[in-house]
Design a protein around this ligand. Structure first.
Ligand code: EPU
Length: 421
């Protein structure tokens, strides 16, 4: 296992290019199963989660070849509709093969994803949506068995939950509905850019979808889909991570291949925190020379502040004079980074789903442990601004979702290296 070692207290400056979005690429890869024919997907980031999804596609009988950011997927005629525990347990997003397998083969057997370090993540909404389309669903021996005796049928489906809406439940139901008979309306659909990206890919395959990006998505089922060539959007969470790092270190960074329309929530909060932000057409420049100011943040479904940037934003708040409050509305337990930040001298107190952050002058570098993907990113950012050396252990979490983060940070002047444990 590797660790990342950071010599802190250095400003980031220069240009960095954002990779393709992991959370777009994963469901789009699953969607390719909806056709027998080959799809070519470009701008796929080189990540551990992508490798896991490639292994899953192969286990399902598809051919998949990845080279230099381009992935060719050829599902062929005969899929084996069974997603094993060994793959699903390492990556929850594997659950998004459920909809495509059911629509293509009338049958899917997918391991229940189970627990997750960021909190309980049930899949009841995925199952409710697929049942509404006519599948009968049972869970046995840790597996979901979904069976459609007849062709799936379009329906009106309400997918809202007490937290808002679910990205992957929306994706799963949308993917099943594109091959269903008749019209489906998904109400309280997730509006995230990754859902829009998936819908665009499906439309290139020949699906009939409208309303993506709004809470009402309408789908007219078609008989068959073709393969398609598509390029995924850039990763708004990776872009946001660089934005926070630039602001925290008092640096000046031009983030290329970032879509400013997807970053409005983080732009707003970083401006309030005292950063200056210039939006280009496909890039964002973040700089800060003045003092940091406290901000309060509540995570919400898009276009609200993303939960996937909560930990990074907390790192920034730890060195912001005054008191800032973070409220986590998507995963009320997603605070594994708090105790590690506190080991670096931060003063963060948990009160239910809120974290009260008392800003200190400077963090002090320390050995810390990564617990999940975004917590890892927060610890790296904290290390960049801290006094002395920080070693972030268990870095495999970071490799699940950040494409060569240490290389990109080094190109911005950070002193970061990867070492074997
Ligand atoms: N939920 C339910 N029932 C369901 C599905 C979800 O109650 O059937 C609840 C969850 O408990 C949670 C909320 O819905 O409160 C959203 O969570 P969900 O598990 O549905 O999220 P997701 O769609 O599986 C995607 C991203 C996550 C990101 C969330 C929220 C992918 C592959 N994953 O997950 O990304 O945090 O949306 O925006 O797209 C990450 O990249 O680090 C990551 C965790």
């Amino acid at each position: 296992m590797d660790k990342i070692v950071i010599q802190g207290n250095r400003k980031l400056s220069g240009e960095v290019t954002v990779s393709g979005a992991k959370n777009s690429a994963l469901p789009i890869m699953a969607a390719a199963l909806l056709s027998e024919k080959e799809s070519i997907i470009e701008n796929i980031p080189d990540l551990r989660d992508i490798q896991t999804m490639i292994r899953l596609l192969r286990a399902l009988g598809a051919k998949a070849q990845y080279q230099d950011g381009t992935l060719a997927i050829r599902p062929g005629k005969n899929l084996k509709p069974m997603a094993p525990y060994k793959l699903v347990s390492t990556m929850r997003a594997s659950v998004c093969v459920l909809g495509p397998l059911l629509a293509r083969t009338g049958h899917a057997q997918v391991s229940l994803p189970g627990g997750c370090v960021i909190g309980p993540r049930p899949i009841d909404l995925h199952l409710k949506g697929l049942e509404a389309l006519g599948a009968s669903i049972t869970t046995q021996h840790g597996y979901v068995h979904a069976l459609a005796k007849k062709k799936l049928r379009g329906r009106e489906i309400y997918l809202g939950g007490s937290f808002g809406s679910s990205v992957l439940a929306t994706a799963n139901v949308m993917m099943a509905a594109v091959l269903a008979r008749g019209k489906t309306a998904i109400e309280s659909a997730a509006c995230e850019p990754e859902v829009v990206d998936l819908a665009r890919f499906l439309k290139k395959m020949g699906a009939k979808i409208s309303g993506e990006g709004s809470p009402l998505i309408e789908i007219e089922g078609v008989k068959k889909l073709q393969g398609a060539r598509y390029s995924v959007i850039s990763d708004r969470i990776e872009a946001g991570t660089f934005m926070v790092a630039a602001a925290m270190t008092g640096g000046d960074v031009l983030i290329r291949k970032a879509d400013p329309h997807h970053q409005n929530a983080i732009i707003d909060k970083l401006k309030q925190a005292g950063a200056r932000i210039d939006k280009g057409k496909h890039d964002i420049r973040v700089r800060r020379s003045g003092k940091l100011k406290p901000v309060d943040v509540t995570t919400l479904p898009y276009p609200g502040f993303p939960t996937d940037l909560q930990a990074q934003m907390m790192a920034l708040m730890t060195v912001t004079p005054g008191i800032s409050v973070i409220t986590e509305k998507i995963y009320p337990d997603r605070f594994m980074h708090v105790s590690e930040l506190n080991r670096m001298g931060a003063k963060v107190f948990l009160e239910g789903p809120s974290a009260i952050v008392h800003g200190i002058k400077r963090l002090s570098g320390a050995p810390v442990m990564a617990s999940d993907l975004r917590a890892s990113a927060a610890l790296v950012i904290a290390g960049l601004a801290a006094e002395g050396e920080t070693a972030v252990h268990r870095i495999y979490h970071l490799d699940r979702g950040y494409d060569r983060l240490e290389v990109k940070l080094s190109s911005l002047g950070a002193k970061v290296r990867r070492e074997k444990e």
